[in-house]
Design a protein around this ligand. Structure first.
Ligand SMILES: Nc1ncnc2c1ncn2[C@@H]1O[C@H](COP(=O)(O)OP(=O)(O)OP(=O)(O)O)[C@@H](O)[C@H]1O
Ligand SMILES: [Mg+2]
Length: 303
């Protein structure tokens, strides 16, 4: 009953306008509910359009992520996933449409303020200070948490010491959770790619985000590291009470870990629903396999 109410509320806002018939059908079926009592979804992507000259990277994409959800964002190369991350994190401004966090538009919010508001991210091609240690890179992500001013810092007032202890406590927790303690003082540039990806995740998490954007966290990882990543995402969600928007080409991982999945193709949303619904969606199968919908076997389950 509550599911139906949620879907209707969104339809009432007219946010289905850019959807295909197939994604309408999926969306109105059984998308996982947002947390009870939460008036707005945590993240709303509403009609976002981004153009680069003549290229339409995003052609009016809309979807929601509820509090506590893991939402997979899939699509073939060039479908607009990273561009969407750049809009959510304030690197790009949509030409049309907007992104909202807890109902608040991020349209005029600076990139740094977006971090303050609770959006943390990792990058498809790791973006860390290579000559700095793991610990130093992580603390760079905690920078915005300090509320004490310049004078208080210069005088080392009690509030400053409390903040430093709190950042240190979170750093310790993350060093253990992400298995980084042994390399805490090692320069990041000398670490394997998989470890650097965990450092990026730690740097995002130390900022206490409500929403964590992960851009291809499994890229370059081996089989057992991918399994470990799946467990890690579940633990991160539980321990830090946050939502995750996950861009990933590793379909098994996405389908196992996500509560809902959104699929893009050429900047348009082609499906939005549960992992089962999306991986069996003819449009999604066609986008990945490049075959006509009619030629797909009814039971095709892998995308
Ligand atoms: N800064 C840019 N300038 C011009 N075109 C861009 C720019 N960034 C992205 N594009 C184009 O926008 C489209 C979407 O790119 P985007 O990087 O968002 O795709 P993606 O889904 O993340 O792909 P991948 O899976 O390969 O990472 C592509 O056609 C890409 O070439
Ligand atoms: Mg990308």
């Amino acid at each position: 009953m509550r599911k139906q109410t949620w879907v209707c509320a969104h339809k009432a806002k007219g946010e289905w306008t850019d959807l295909t018939d197939s994604s309408r059908m999926l969306s109105s079926a059984t998308c996982p509910d947002p947390a009870p009592g939460l008036a707005e979804p945590l993240l709303q992507v509403a009609g976002v359009v981004v153009r680069f000259g003549g290229i339409v990277a995003l052609g009016g994409v809309s979807f929601d992520v509820g509090a506590g959800q893991i939402c997979g964002l899939i699509g073939p190369n060039g479908s607009g996933k990273t561009t969407l991350f750049n809009c959510i994190s304030g690197i790009y401004r949509p030409g049309r449409g907007e992104v909202r966090l807890e109902g608040r538009s991020l349209q005029a919010v600076s990139r740094h303020r977006i971090v303050d508001l609770g959006i943390g991210r990792t990058f498809q091609n790791v973006a860390l200070f290579r000559s700095m240690s793991v610990r130093e890179n992580m603390l760079a992500g905690a920078h915005h948490l300090g509320h004490t001013g310049f004078v208080a810092n210069a005088l080392r007032l009690p509030a400053v010491r409390r903040e430093a202890r709190s950042a240190q406590g979170r750093l310790d927790q993350l060093l253990d959770l992400l298995r980084l303690r042994e390399v805490a003082d090692t320069p990041v540039g000398s670490l394997p790619f998989g470890t650097q990806k965990r450092v990026e995740m730690a740097r995002a998490l130390i900022g206490q985000p409500k929403l964590l954007l992960l851009d291809e966290p499994a890229g370059g990882l081996n089989h057992s590291e991918v399994d470990e990543l799946e467990g890690l995402m579940r633990r991160i969600r539980a321990e830090f009470d946050l939502s995750i928007l996950l861009v990933e080409h590793h379909m098994n991982l996405v389908m196992r870990v996500s509560d809902k999945v959104v699929a893009l193709e050429l900047g348009m949303k082609i499906a939005d629903g549960t992992p089962d619904q999306v991986q069996n969606d003819p449009q999604v199968i066609r986008a990945y396999l490049g075959e006509p919908v009619a030629a797909q076997p009814a039971q095709a389950a892998h995308v």
